[in-house]
Design a protein around this ligand. Structure first.
Ligand code: SF4
Length: 425
């Protein structure tokens, strides 16, 4: 049953109201859950928050989508509210900043890993905080377990970023992410978009955001912000630069009448939209759920573009899925709709190899759960490994990973097998 009273509906459609009423503390969450909430569940949430690398921030809109009678199993709850009892020990290969973004940052707030593409970290704030965030090392508020690595204030680094982009004309494609551009003021959004458009070598600009999935009323109620986005898009079109909006929906239940209204508005105003999902256990690790998501996104004119296997992030081992399962779901999806609306399943390889098609491993040992990938156009001399979650392996394989000597051997055997295979091709 909806927990939003009838008289609140007008405010509910207002993004500013949603932001003001975002739940960030356990006592606020208890209010939502009701006074009769089981005390042990609240303690479990507190334990989860103590161990989570991401602070809690969740909008009333999202809270209203949770099935509170099935709280622990709910696919939206799982993404935003941790409970201690579900957290499993991390895989031994886990490192914070698993994608090595900071090593690939020539200037503060800009990641330049692929030859012709750069990632601009425009803010470290989001409308909500996802438990599985890759940038848990820097996004959101400090938690009990993680002190975030802060970039310098945007205004201080913006000129340096623009100077680097101007001096590096090989970069033709810029992804604006963070954090989330839904948290940028309209004036800042416009400054970022127009600043990038002032560099003649940049041909494509993408704004990556979870906002449409978690705060769609921003598009319909914050007219200044939406106008800023549309102005950037129109200016880009006039000078032959593609501006696109990359959304982040993970479950079909995240698509509501609010989402439909927002996506229709953006589509009518000429915004090109694509979606990037993360494959998450208990959320969308089921071919039927993923099929529904793909169909619904296609109907919203949001192209289902990527499904990522979940990065190695502390405290979310129970949410990761195996490479084998990712391959199975991808196979189940291919052919259900037009090819351009069928997402590519990718592994963003730990260590900085970038995104690889999940099927393209050089070697994959299903017993030890270790896949090895090459990234010839990114780091040609290196091999990159991605481990399945420990809980998907046999007890013996799990024990092997927990023994440093055996774990070392698993890694060296897999890398050797991949080398032999790649030399034979
Ligand atoms: S919205 Fe994106 S950047 Fe923000 S917490 Fe979620 S995954 Fe991380």
């Amino acid at each position: 049953m909806s927990r939003i009273a009838h008289e609140m509906r007008h405010e509910f459609a207002d993004a500013a109201w949603q932001e003001r009423h975002a739940v960030t503390r356990v006592d606020q969450l208890r209010e939502w859950m009701g006074v009769d909430t089981d005390g042990s569940l609240m303690r479990d949430i507190q334990l989860g928050l103590a161990r989570a690398p991401m602070a809690m921030r969740i909008t009333p809109y999202l809270l209203n989508l949770i099935d509170w009678s099935n709280f622990l199993q709910d696919p939206i709850r799982k993404q935003f509210i941790p409970v201690g009892s579900e957290i499993l020990p991390s895989h031994p290969l886990l490192k914070m900043d698993s994608l090595h973004e900071r090593e690939s940052s020539p200037v503060d707030g800009l990641v330049h890993r692929y030859q012709d593409k750069a990632l601009l970290l425009a803010t470290d704030r989001c409308p909500v905080y996802c438990r599985f965030c890759t940038r848990s090392y820097s996004v959101g508020l400090d938690t009990q377990s993680v002190s975030k690595k802060r970039a310098s204030p945007f205004q201080m680094r913006w000129d340096t970023i623009l100077a680097y982009l101007r001096a590096t004309p090989v970069i033709v494609d810029v992804v604006v992410s963070g954090g989330d551009c839904f948290r940028l003021k309209p004036s800042r959004l416009l400054a970022v978009g127009m600043g990038l458009l002032s560099i003649p070598s940049i041909r494509r600009i993408r704004f990556a955001t979870k906002g449409l999935a978690v705060l769609p009323m921003k598009v319909t109620s914050d007219h200044e912000w939406t106008d800023a986005l549309v102005n950037i898009s129109d200016a880009g079109r006039n000078q032959g630069v593609e501006i696109s909006f990359h959304t982040h929906f993970n479950h079909p239940g995240e698509i509501t009448d609010y989402t439909i209204a927002a996506a229709e508005l953006l589509f009518k105003r000429g915004i090109r939209m694509r979606n990037q999902s993360v494959l998450l256990a208990g959320v969308n690790d089921d071919p039927e759920v993923m099929k529904q998501l793909v169909k619904k996104l296609s109907d919203l004119d949001v192209q289902p573009y990527y499904v990522y296997t979940c990065d190695l992030v502390d405290g979310i081992e129970h949410m990761r899925c195996s490479v084998r399962l990712a391959c199975q779901i991808e196979k189940a999806l291919r052919g259900i709709t037009a090819g351009y609306n069928t997402p590519l399943f990718v592994v963003d390889t730990p260590g900085g190899g970038g995104k690889r098609d999940v099927h393209s491993f050089e070697h994959y040992d299903r017993q030890t759960g270790l896949a090895v990938y090459q990234a010839p156009s990114v780091r040609p001399d290196q091999l990159f490994t991605y481990p399945d979650p420990l809980q998907s392996l046999s007890p013996d394989a799990q024990a092997a990973w927990l023994d440093p000597q055996r774990a070392k051997r698993i890694l060296s055997d897999a890398v050797e097998a991949a080398r032999v295979k790649s030399m034979a091709v």
